[in-house]
Design a protein around this ligand. Structure first.
Ligand code: SF4
Length: 235
């Protein structure tokens, strides 16, 4: 299944980020109203209403009433800014974005395999392998030393598109060229979160890769999780 193992920490983090984001505009409004001669009680109510409306916007996003990921962006940017001061949670802002997004896309409906792209990072390829997979994934011999062979088996079984990206720009180019309606993307939390926020309105399911040998080197992916995502979303 998609990694939705424990949704309360990312939800809490998401709403905390929105709350913190909303404090600045609420304070600015409060001060402006005070300067304009509106009494303190009314100014305070206006400030509190501003905070509440941001929270409502966050809830509307979470419940799928709005597709616009603006609340997710607000929350992510605020948490990132504060993360440098204090580590808020065992959930990083990046993992929060992936978890909240995956939860939301569960209600996205079904897609055809030919409008679906499996997009994976090149760091999944074994570092000793000399195949130039970013140009031609099918040059893989499926030797089993890395997960690429298994991923190609999955692509063949489901009949989707498949591409290997060498970085963020390359991923964007691939998405523009193929024009999918659904992306099942494998990457680290940083790349996944930025990609998810970037490719809206394309539906994206994020699957985190595993760092068995440290970051960006001979990484791995749980192919069963990826298959489960495809079974869930494909017609
Ligand atoms: S499975 Fe494919 S990409 Fe991975 S090491 Fe073998 S030939 Fe290279």
């Amino acid at each position: 299944m998609i990694s939705l193992e424990d949704l309360n920490p990312p939800r809490l983090l998401f709403h905390t980020g929105i709350l913190l984001f909303s404090i600045a505009p609420a304070l600015i409004l409060l001060l402006m109203l005070l300067v304009a001669g509106i009494g303190f009680p009314l100014s305070l109510v206006a400030g509190l209403l501003t905070i509440t409306s941001f929270q409502v916007y966050g809830l509307l996003y979470e419940k799928g009433v709005t597709d616009n990921p603006l609340p997710l962006r607000f929350s992510f940017r605020t948490l990132k800014a504060l993360q440098s001061i204090h580590n808020l949670s065992r959930y990083t802002p990046e993992k929060m974005v992936v978890a909240m997004n995956n939860r939301k896309v569960l209600s996205a409906g079904k897609y055809d395999s030919d409008e679906t792209l499996i997009l994976v990072p090149h760091c999944l390829q074994n570092h000793e392998c000399l195949r130039r997979l970013t140009f031609d994934p099918d040059s893989c011999e499926r030797c089993g030393k890395c997960p690429i062979g298994k991923l190609l088996d999955i692509r063949d079984r489901f009949g989707t598109h498949f591409a290997i990206a060498s970085g963020g720009t390359s991923a964007k180019r691939i998405v523009e060229k193929i024009g999918p309606s659904l992306i099942v993307a494998v990457a680290c939390p940083v790349d996944l979160s930025l990609g998810i926020l970037d490719v809206h309105p394309i539906t994206t399911v994020g699957v985190l890769n595993e760092w068995r040998n440290g970051p960006c080197f001979d990484t791995w992916v749980n192919t069963e999780e990826l298959e489960a995502a495809l079974e869930l979303f494909l017609q």
